[in-house]
Design a protein around this ligand. Structure first.
Ligand SMILES: Nc1ncnc2c1ncn2[C@@H]1O[C@H](COP(=O)(O)OP(=O)(O)O)[C@@H](O)[C@H]1O
Ligand SMILES: O=C(O)C1=C[C@@H](OP(=O)(O)O)[C@@H](O)[C@H](O)C1
Ligand SMILES: [Mg+2]
Length: 160
């Protein structure tokens, strides 16, 4: 969360002239409800089911740039799809930067706690190895403008 997936995904899609899909927006459209509402009514488990179903459907479409949510790597099935059928870019970001970038946004239910920093640290411990495992490219975003991150992705994809 706050790594810049949604922001950079959109900019990258414009640069590469490919359709852009934000998986969270896809989940909201399919559900006819917001992410906070889904978490509230169905819990994280309900959200993860919806996330998996949306991911499977998106992968049936032709080439596109996809921004997932940060927890999309938690399910084996999702990791399998991402690593076998996608070129995955891991936007590696420190907890300090995540905190700065998410501070004012109330739309991430998992961070609406008294201590978002410890939530993010616990998540990083569990998730960072999963991001490393599915990634084809790794880009550190700390202190880098979105424009620079996009340029870095394009140059890495061309090298690969
Ligand atoms: N490289 C960056 N440098 C500074 N701010 C950024 C960067 N990437 C994203 N942001 C800002 O951080 C916030 C969260 O970005 P977002 O794209 O929603 O992240 P994610 O989808 O990974 O949770 C937004 O306000 C966005 O403008
Ligand atoms: O990391 C997570 O578990 C989540 C990240 C969010 O997306 P972003 O990573 O785009 O904030 C969104 O999918 C949901 O709030 C859960
Ligand atoms: Mg996002």
């Amino acid at each position: 969360m706050g790594a810049g997936k949604s922001t950079i995904g959109r900019l990258l899609s414009e640069q590469l002239n490919l359709p852009f899909v934000d998986l969270d927006r896809e989940i909201e459209d399919r559900a006819g409800a917001s992410i906070p509402w889904i978490f509230d009514i169905e819990g994280e488990a309900g959200f993860r089911e919806r996330e998996c179903a949306a991911l499977v459907e998106v992968f049936q479409r032709p080439d596109l740039i996809l921004a997932t949510g940060g927890g999309c790597v938690l399910l084996d099935e999702n990791r399998q799809l991402l690593s076998t059928q996608g070129h995955v870019v891991y936007l590696k970001t420190s907890v300090e930067q995540q905190l700065q970038r998410t501070a004012k946004d109330k739309n991430r239910p998992l961070l609406q706690t008294e201590d978002p920093e410890s939530v993010l640290r616990t998540m990083a411990e569990k998730r960072n190895p999963l991001y490393e495992a599915v990634a084809d490219s790794v880009i550190v975003t700390n202190g880098q403008s979105p424009k620079l991150v996009v340029q870095e992705i394009i140059s890495q994809i061309q090298v690969d």
